[in-house]
Ligand binder design. Structure first.
Ligand code: ADP
Ligand code: ADP
Length: 223
């Protein structure tokens, strides 16, 4: 298992946002983290990435935990938050180089990695545009490219297709399937169709509790 979450409990004040949440994710299989708004999806993602800490429980990302090894974990994880923070005044290429720099990449490594990401996400023709000039679908590609710039093993995408039109949706989904090969990918969503479209496994969360955790085919056949 490259990602294991065990018995996470998280309180905001005295409200329980996560109640003993446990699940694991496997490389090469897209895990859909499905639940309605307020279920605890973003909170779980933020605990996995080390952005916030849980009150109890353990996260293991390739054997490292975000509390004791925050630097290692940030290198292992690529995270696309729900409210994807992009610098609208920056040029696409400039932004990716800046983001890679934050992971300590520099010189030729940074340049070639940026070129590769522009290529893989279909952003090459847009590289000299400002992010603010791009459509929502293209901004989402920039967010994906940024999340992947340091070649992470575990990829966490929080509601990555919200607000996209049908064409953009198809394109971003196929991009996600492409990047998921050999990596561990968690996709959080409140839409079952999203899980059916591209996920192999599904974990269902509601009111901070895990209701089900299985392969999509087992879940659909009611096993
Ligand atoms: P989801 O991502 O599934 O929509 P969240 O993890 O954002 O759910 O939220 C889970 C619960 O925790 C919700 O009731 C939400 O209002 C609450 N919550 C989330 N973030 C905070 C916060 N920073 N402070 C207080 N409550 C929060
Ligand atoms: P998300 O679903 O990604 O948490 P939201 O729009 O629900 O995004 O929340 C935006 C910010 O507000 C997040 O940092 C979240 O933690 C915080 N937040 C969400 N719900 C609450 C709440 N009930 N009280 C305080 N902060 C909250």
């Amino acid at each position: 298992m490259s990602l294991e979450v065990s018995q996470l409990t998280k309180l905001y004040g005295n409200q329980k946002a996560l109640d003993e949440v446990s699940f694991s994710a496997t490389p090469g299989r897209i895990l859909g983290f499905l639940g309605p708004n307020g279920a605890g999806k973003s909170t779980t993602m933020k605990v996995i990435t080390g952005y916030i800490s849980a009150n109890s429980g353990v996260v293991s990302v390739m054997g490292k935990d975000p509390v004791n090894s925050p630097k290692e974990v940030s290198k292992l994880i690529g995270y696309l938050p729900e409210h994807n923070p992009l610098y609208l005044d920056m040029y696409v290429r400039e932004f990716l180089e800046f983001s890679g720099g934050l992971y300590g990449m520099s010189g030729q490594t940074l340049k070639s990695r940026t070129r590769e990401m522009l290529n893989r996400t279909g952003l090459e023709p847009e590289q000299h545009k400002k992010i603010g000039q791009l459509s929502k679908g293209y901004r989402q590609r920039v967010g994906l490219a940024r999340a992947l710039i340091h070649d992470p093993q575990v990829i966490i995408l929080d509601e990555p297709t919200t607000g996209l039109d049908p064409n953009q949706l198809v394109e971003i989904r196929s991009l996600i399937q492409e990047v998921a090969k050999e990596k561990t990918l968690i996709l959080s969503t409140h839409i079952m169709q999203e899980v059916e479209a591209i996920c192999h496994d599904v974990v269902i969360i509601n009111k901070g509790k895990i209701l089900a955790s299985d392969s999509l085919s087992n879940l659909k056949s009611g096993v």
